[in-house]
Design a binder for this molecule. Structure first.
Ligand code: AMP
Length: 403
């Protein structure tokens, strides 16, 4: 199948060519015709499947055909990073069209708020917003949503986890009844179904690879004690020939500790966590994208939706609290059919959590043997006799160390 088969506007086809999109991904194949037909959709899809283009392309097509004068589309996303990223993808897809958009999110100065207000008053075609920030504008009374045609919830499960149910329902209550509503979520817990029943009308359902990591990710794990983790990371960074490495930690305290430890070991490293303001985060992400920084240590802030190409290695410094987060973390590598490696470090307390993850993704993940110089690691509690395979000593070169 080709994008041309959807009868999209030539300006959209032109931008897809410029962006190097050759053929639609499965979710795009399924969703685009339904959305072009103005139907509601409930889509179960993880990031990395191409869901953003799946919903943006039909919306751009509708807008290009109708030339609306008022806010036409409202996209609600859980984090500012995701909102910004959707806006960036949109800029690419809509490059040859007159479609206007603005991303609205917190953590910025008063001038940004004024800019957002101006765009809302003027009626930008597409608004991409985090729920809290959008409600702030809504409360001030100048946002006219009476002509809205598309309401899109991206990463809906994440938004509910973050406590945004009421905010979303409030936003939905301000929208015209006649509209197209799209809900995307990586998981479909009952509360998402409840929300869907309230805000969608006879939605088409699409399911793409529920909670399964992308095919190209090679997954492995090590049973370690906490004091073996930094030496093991040093070993992995040195042994694997990867120029972009993302290390996830559950707390910002451990992010800062790992960054310091790796700096002391002279790796090119930076970190991202909730203490940084938006411009600092963007600066760090840019440095990582440009390969000025080889190793990025992060909390789950970047685990959903953030699109950085060619991250060759993901290391989970700890086992994520939520099994779904594991899928999101390792989804940062092997984007759109490339390949990558995801390695999880499991301390004895986390072994139970990791078994839950293995159950969720429907397979057991091979456990590597610690390098000899680190001494023996803890035994696997479920299967103490299981031999441990070593898959990680293929290369001697690794990320640049600072001289
Ligand atoms: P998403 O799941 O929307 O976050 O998309 C993941 C990544 O895949 C992004 O970098 C997209 O630009 C890219 N992508 C989406 N659709 C396609 C496609 N049809 N061909 C090539 N790359 C794509």
């Amino acid at each position: 199948m080709k994008f041309e088969d959807f009868a999209l506007d030539t300006s959209i086809i032109q931008s897809l060519e410029a962006m190097g999109f050759e053929k639609p991904t499965p979710i795009q194949e399924q969703a685009i015709p339904i959305l072009l037909d103005h139907r509601d959709i409930i889509g179960c899809a993880q990031t990395g499947t191409g869901k953003t283009a799946a919903y943006l392309l039909p919306v751009i097509q509708h807008i290009a055909q109708e030339s609306p004068q008022h806010i036409n589309t409202l996209i609600i996303a859980p984090t500012r990073e995701l909102a910004l990223q959707i806006d960036q993808q949109l800029e690419g897809f809509a490059y040859f069209t007159p479609v206007s958009s603005i991303a609205i999110y917190g953590g910025r100065d008063g001038a940004s708020f004024e800019r957002e207000k101006k765009a809302l008053l003027k009626g930008a075609d597409i608004i991409i917003a985090t729920p809290g920030k959008f409600i702030q504008h809504l409360n001030l009374g100048y946002v006219d949503l009476s002509h809205l045609k598309h309401f899109i919830l991206d990463e809906a499960d994440r938004m509910l986890d973050m406590g945004f149910f009421e905010d979303i329902m409030r936003i939905a209550s301000k929208l015209p009844k006649q509209r197209q509503t799209l809900l995307f979520s990586a998981t479909m817990p009952p509360k998402i179904r409840t929300m869907a029943k309230k805000i969608l009308i006879d939605p088409a359902q699409i399911n793409i690879a529920i909670s399964k990591p992308a095919e190209g990710v090679f997954q492995a794990a090590f049973n370690t004690f906490d004091n073996q983790k930094v030496p093991l990371i040093e070993h992995l960074l040195t042994a694997k020939q990867v120029s972009s490495v993302l290390i996830f930690c559950s707390t910002k305290r451990s992010v800062k500790q790992i960054q310091q430890a790796l700096e002391d070991l002279k790796f090119s490293v930076s970190s991202i966590h909730s203490d940084l303001d938006q411009s600092e985060r963007e600066k760090v992400l840019l440095g990582f994208r440009n390969r000025q920084i080889n190793v990025l240590v992060a909390t789950d802030i970047v685990s959903r939706g953030i699109d950085i190409e060619d991250i060759g290695l993901i290391i989970n410094y700890d086992v994520p609290r939520d099994a779904e987060d594991y899928v999101h973390r390792i989804g940062r590598t092997a984007r759109a059919e490339s390949t990558g490696t995801a390695i999880t470090l499991i301390n004895p307390d986390d072994q139970y959590k990791f078994r839950k993850i293995e159950k969720l993704i429907g397979r057991s993940i091979s456990k590597g043997q610690l390098p000899e110089q680190l001494g023996p690691g803890p035994r696997s509690k479920s299967n103490p006799q299981r031999p441990q395979k070593d898959n990680f000593h293929r290369s001697k070169k690794g990320p640049k160390k600072r001289s």
